[in-house]
Each structure stands twice: as structure tokens, then as C-alpha cells.
Write a protein that binds this ligand. Structure first.
Ligand SMILES: C[S@@+](CC[C@H](N)C(=O)[O-])C[C@H]1O[C@@H](n2cnc3c(N)ncnc32)[C@H](O)[C@@H]1O
Length: 288
């Protein structure tokens, strides 16, 4: 949703811009181009490998950018260290990049068999394998239900616990096999999405504490915007969007004006060119 981000953030020369999820640098590059390179950009990402790609992609703007490997929930510390007191715009493009999804060994996708890892920050200890092999059936069931909204959550959790007693679940395909056995064939066949998608989504959100991070980071971001400064958030599933909507609404009590009266969806042209963008939802707000 590059066009929409440019519209809502309206970058201009001299701005201080923070990309809290720089990924491989696509949105930041468009922002830098729009402002003819004359902005200060702080690009944050938890993923070291992704940052290397962004650094290369944004090479021609290197004197204007500063890349930081960090969790965006630490935004205040990052800005204080750089002696920045307020910023003009902040972008969150949540979730994962296609670069990460395509890196088979990261274990985010079940298209190929890979270790059950799913860590965005690979220096973190907790992995998806740890969760599925150590949590109780009740705890796993809660995660699958709450974070995956999977109707068969409890049964998948029970099957996982039963299977791991025979041998621990090590790979993405070990887990897909558990889900396949737990969800009846007629239910699996009727699904529009792969039958393991919701379980994988739930584990990924849990491993990376995705919802907690947004809940912490958003209100902090509002504090760092100068009057007239803007924040823009793109989310990819209803659990995230619900938090964004709620935090924006809370922000209204504290000098935040919501700019997007309704959530903004990608254009049909964008969905046609990039089907994975279909679930994107954008919200923008301005500090008064
Ligand atoms: C959808 S991608 C961003 C793509 C980017 N806008 C682009 O144009 O290339 C989301 C990025 O956010 C990063 N990320 C997710 N959670 C994070 C967090 N709590 N702190 C910092 N980065 C995070 C991921 O590693 C990933 O690279």
C-alpha cells in the first residue's frame, strides 16, 4: 500500500521519519524518493538479515538513514539515544515480509519442511518448537484458539501432545501432519485456506509476542510525534487491526486525531498485482 502510505504520511523535505518495520526497505525507499532524499530516516527491524537487505536497497541514501536492530516497542530509547526529541511521521507495516516468508529455514511457511523456528529475532530463545513440545494441551489450545481463531484448537493441541510423546515435533511438516490428523477430512476440504494456516499464525504471533509489542509501541509512538506529525499502521489480520483501532481511539483522549474514518483497504489493482496484499488494512492518525 505504498500509494496510500505516501498519501497519509505526506513526506516532505526536512522531515524526521521513523519506519518501525523497515523490512527490505520498500516503503522507506518510496518515502525517500518522494522527499528527494532530504529527510532523516530511522529504520527499525528486529530481524538482522532483513536489515542487511534494507541497507543494500537504500545504499544511495545512506547519509540520510540510520538502521537499528531493535524491537519497535523500544522506540523511546532508540530516539533518546539519537538525541531526537520529536518526529514527523511513523510507519508500522506489521507482520512479515515476503523475504522472510520465502526463507524456508525460518519455519514461517509450511510449503517446504523446515525446523519449527518462527523467530523474527533469531537471537531470541523461544521458538515454535519449544512451545509445541513443552506447553500443556490446555495452554496450546488457548494459543490456537485466541491467536489463530481455530475452531479445532483444542483437538489440534491434544493431538500435538499425543504425537510428541512418541517423538518430539521438530519440523513444520511434523506440525502440519498433526493438524491434518486432528481436523476431519471433510472440514479440511471445505476450507478456502490451507488447513494449517491458522495454527501457524497463532504460533508465530505467540513466539514473537506480536500483539503485546503493538499494544506497547503505539501509545508510545503518539508521544513522540510533533504537533501535526502522523502515524500510519498497516495490519494483516483482525486481531492486529482491533488493537490498532482501540489504541487510536484511546489516543483521541490525548491529542490524537484519527484521519481514516474507515479502515483503508488495498485497491483492486494492487490485489491483482500482489494477492498477498488482500488482507492489508491501513489506519492513520495525526497529533494535534
Ligand atoms: C511486512 S514487513 C515490512 C515490509 C516493509 N514495509 C517493506 O516495504 O519492505 C514487517 C517487518 O517488521 C519486522 N518486525 C515485526 N515485528 C517487529 C518488532 N516488534 N520490532 C521491529 N521490527 C519488527 C519484521 O521483521 C519485518 O521485516
Amino acid at each position: 500500500m505504498v500509494t496510500e502510505v505516501l498519501h497519509w504520511l505526506a513526506p516532505k523535505e526536512g522531515d524526521v521519519y521513523v519506519d518501525c518495520t523497515i523490512g527490505t526497505g520498500g516503503h522507506s525507499e518510496a518515502i525517500l524518493e518522494k522527499a528527494r532524499g532530504r529527510i532523516s530516516l530511522i529504520g527499525i527491524d528486529r530481524d538482522e538479515e532483513t536489515l542487511k537487505v534494507a541497507k543494500e536497497a537504500l545504499k544511495k541514501y545512506q547519509s540520510h538513514i540510520s538502521l537499528v536492530k531493535a524491537n519497535f516497542k523500544h522506540l523511546p530509547q532508540i530516539l533518546k539515544e539519537k538525541k531526537i526529541r520529536e518526529v514527523d511521521s511513523i510507519l508500522y507495516d506489521l507482520g512479515l515480509s515476503s523475504f522472510q516468508l520465502k526463507s524456508r529455514e525460518r519455519g514461517f511457511s509450511f510449503r517446504g519442511s523446515a525446523p519449527l523456528d518462527m523467530r523474527v529475532d533469531r537471537s531470541q530463545k523461544m521458538t515454535a518448537a519449544y512451545l509445541v513440545n513443552n506447553l500443556s494441551a490446555a495452554e496450546l489450545g488457548d494459543i490456537f484458539l485466541r491467536l489463530g481463531e481455530e475452531r479445532w484448537a483444542r483437538r489440534v493441541a491434544e493431538f500435538a501432545v499425543r504425537e510428541r510423546q512418541k517423538s518430539s515435533l521438530k519440523t513444520t511438516w511434523d506440525l502440519v501432519e498433526v493438524v491434518r490428523k486432528a481436523i476431519p477430512a471433510e472440514v479440511r476440504k471445505k476450507r478456502k485456506i490451507h488447513f494449517a494456516t491458522k495454527i501457524f499464525q497463532a504460533l508465530r504471533i505467540k513466539v514473537n509476542q506480536e500483539l503485546e509489542n503493538i499494544k506497547i509501541a503505539l501509545p508510545l509512538s503518539f508521544e513522540w510525534l510533533r504537533p501535526g506529525g502522523r502515524v500510519c499502521v498497516i495490519s494483516y489480520h483482525s486481531l492486529e487491526d482491533r488493537i490498532v483501532k482501540r489504541e487510536f481511539s484511546e489516543g483521541k483522549k490525548n491529542r490524537l486525531k484519527i484521519l481514516t474514518k474507515k479502515v483503508v483497504k488495498p485497491s483492486s489493482n494492487e490485489i491483482l498485482a500482489n494477492p498477498s496484499a488482500r488482507s492489508a488494512r491501513l489506519r492513520a492518525a495525526e497529533r494535534l
